[in-house]
Design a protein around this ligand. Structure first.
Ligand code: NAP
Length: 290
């Protein structure tokens, strides 16, 4: 029951109407017996500072931050975790004694979502599509997983090269390069790679016929395909790759694990989901997806 003790959490971004976070977090609060409520707040860029200060004034307990505010919110916080300092993005804010603490949980969400697939990464060659905020978080995770070689494939060449430079300088990935999706060397890179990851918005609802890869003839059963996109449940990238025998995974598990990590920051806790609870949450969220 909502009372004067109920703590308020939320999501700020623009847009937020498509977000699964309110359904997921309110479900988790109930599951773990936490007295909280979670709402979505559409927040325009020019009002971000005002929104954060308003949240501080009202003593909100915590916020998630999504596109397009993950970078802009960082300087507005009083404390930044080492990962936020390094990556320059935050997706979780904890309001504590009038101060705002910034964390990022996308990298840990990605790693936690891998489960038994984690063992594929050590010493492997990886193709990472995208060079935005989530690609940066995934690159950080890939460095920790001990990959051998990283090829970044991004539409904007400059942005891809900037991420490659960051991976080499800050993440100590020694073999890293950036290419464009139109580069003729892409085919050879696909053949050499064991893992292909989509961290672009390509294929996301409603553009479900888009894919970071336009031809799938070089994909086979040796490949592991990971798509950060979770809506639709099965993207074209996953469907076409799966049809050629590749192992495929979508972004829903990552969404759940990054959300659970945010909740654990807010409540200083270490809540986990057992397989039955995970299955129930996934089926609840899947009902909302295309
Ligand atoms: P972002 O910072 O805005 O970066 C977007 C990236 O997608 C850039 O590399 C951009 O390339 C590329 N891109 C966008 N539209 C494209 C198109 N039509 N063709 C080719 N490339 C395109 O966004 P982000 O935060 O990294 O998010 C990227 C995706 O990851 C989104 O779909 C998001 O929903 C998903 N995501 C999922 C989770 C999860 O928990 N599963 C968590 C975070 C993000 P340019 O640099 O050339 O513009």
């Amino acid at each position: 029951m909502i009372s004067t003790r109920t703590r308020l959490f939320g999501l700020i971004g623009d847009p937020v109407s498509h977000s699964l976070s309110p359904i997921m977090q309110n479900h988790l609060f109930k599951l773990f017996g936490l007295d909280g409520v979670y709402l979505a707040f559409r927040t325009a860029g020019e009002r971000l500072a005002e929104a954060i200060n308003g949240a501080r004034a009202l003593a909100l307990a915590g916020l998630n931050v999504t596109i397009p505010h993950k970078s802009a919110v960082v300087p507005l916080c009083d404390y930044r975790s080492p990962e936020v300092e390094l990556l320059g993005v935050a997706n979780t804010l904890v309001f504590r004694d009038g101060r705002i603490h910034a964390f990022t949980t996308d990298h840990s969400g990605f790693v936690d979502s891998l489960g038994g697939e984690k063992s594929r990464f050590s010493g492997s060659r990886v193709l990472l599509f995208g060079a935005g905020g989530s690609a940066r978080a995934v690159a950080f995770a890939l460095a920790r997983l001990g990959i051998a070689r990283l090829t970044i494939v991004n539409r904007s060449r400059t942005r891809g090269e900037e991420l490659a430079e960051f991976c080499s300088r800050e993440l100590a990935i020694s073999a890293v390069e950036a290419i464009s999706p139109l580069d003729p060397v892409l085919g050879g890179k696909i053949t050499e790679a064991a893992i292909l990851i989509n961290a672009t918005a390509c294929g996301m609802f409603p553009h479900i016929e888009e894919s970071p890869l336009s031809a799938f003839d070089l994909i086979d059963r040796r490949h592991f395909i990971y798509d950060l996109v979770y809506n639709p449940r099965e993207t074209r990238f996953m469907r076409e790759s799966g049809a050629r025998g590749a192992a495929v995974q979508g972004g829903l598990d990552m969404l759940i694990f990054q959300g659970l990590a945010a909740l654990n920051h807010w409540f200083y806790s270490d809540y986990r989901l057992d397989p039955a609870e995970m299955k129930k949450l996934k089926s609840l969220l899947n009902r909302e997806l295309a």
